[in-house]
Design a protein around this ligand. Structure first.
Ligand code: CP
Length: 306
């Protein structure tokens, strides 16, 4: 791969290869030895704990040289464009830009310009607006695969703030591709036409006793224009994973959440580390999946002698 910006164009065998590679790294498999250094920069224009630190950990484990970049202290604040910023970073020798940005598909123009201009830098999307979150989605697939060893015929409920969620978009695309059946729940006004081709909308109480995976989404308060009518207590009662609903889950059902969690909203606080919870495992798996993703781009661009 030249860039890793979306899961939409991945084939199912590519997804499986990434999962196998991430599991290999997780099991202590050796990392590639680069003949020449590979330089990466993490550019997070939106807040992040997991994705940012996890990419940095993945880079260190792979032996990449990570150059610090603070958007607030950068010349982007003086009006420099993303393209000119990447042109500058590339000119000083950076090979990979791992970027999170509030604008959907911010990467499109950069990739198009890369083919026609002097830029030579691989873009890895760490989340774009409400568009895509490829690394989260792939670590989620890895976590599901570790649990069930398959995707075909699994029933997965994606529940919550669908319209604002890049995690929902990436996951529904990959789950469909891999043969799982997707259902959606949560406030019906967050379920729009774009979701219909990927799965049916049902009430959470119709789903909890049926599905193999409950995938909760964070309520993205920062993306809501008007929160005046929002009640955390009401959301939790109507759409959240309460202790009562947890008790109705099947024996082998797992619960997932990309984080950060609004405790007491999407999920009862006491369930966060419950036996069916895979939240910690998702975060652990993220490091290994991001290693596999970075390696794929490094190989695709013939960096480091690979
Ligand atoms: N899941 C996720 O993207 O978390 P962060 O926003 O903390 O990176």
């Amino acid at each position: 791969l030249q860039h890793f910006v979306t899961v939409k164009d991945l084939h199912d065998d590519q997804v499986m290869a990434l999962i196998e590679r991430a599991i290999y790294f997780k099991n202590g498999g050796s990392v590639p030895q680069f003949e020449r250094p590979v330089y990466a920069v993490n550019m997070f224009f939106e807040n992040s704990t997991r994705t940012h630190c996890s990419f940095e950990m993945a880079e260190r484990k792979l032996g990449l040289q990570t150059i610090p970049f603070d958007p607030a202290a950068s010349s982007v604040r003086k009006g420099e464009t993303l393209y000119d910023t990447l042109l500058s970073l590339n000119a000083i020798g950076i090979n990979l830009a791992i970027m999170r940005h509030q604008e959907n598909e911010y990467y499109k123009e950069l990739i198009e310009l890369e083919t026609t201009q002097k830029l030579d830098i691989g873009v890895v999307n760490a989340g774009d607006g409400s568009g895509q979150h490829p690394s989260q989605s792939l670590l989620d697939m890895m976590t599901i695969y570790e649990q069930f060893g398959k995707f075909k015929n699994l029933k997965v409920a994606i529940i919550g703030d669908l319209s604002n969620s890049r995690v929902a978009r990436s996951n529904m695309q990959l789950l469909n591709k891999l043969g799982a059946t997707v259902f959606f729940a949560g406030p019906s006004y967050w379920y729009s036409k774009e979701f219909e081709e990927y799965g049916e909308y049902l009430e959470i109480d119709e789903l909890v006793s049926q599905v193999d995976v409950v995938m909760l989404l964070r309520v993205q308060h920062e993306r809501h224009a008007d929160e005046s009518g929002f009640s955390a207590e009401r959301y939790h009662r109507q759409y959240g994973l309460t202790v009562e609903r947890y008790k109705q889950l099947k024996k082998n059902t797992i619960i997932m959440h990309p984080g950060p969690i609004n405790r007491g909203v999407e999920i009862d606080s006491e369930l966060v580390e419950a036996p069916k919870s895979r939240f910690v495992k998702q975060m652990q798996n993220g490091v290994y999946m991001r290693m596999a993703m970075l390696e794929a781009v490094i190989a695709g661009r013939h960096l480091g002698g690979l």
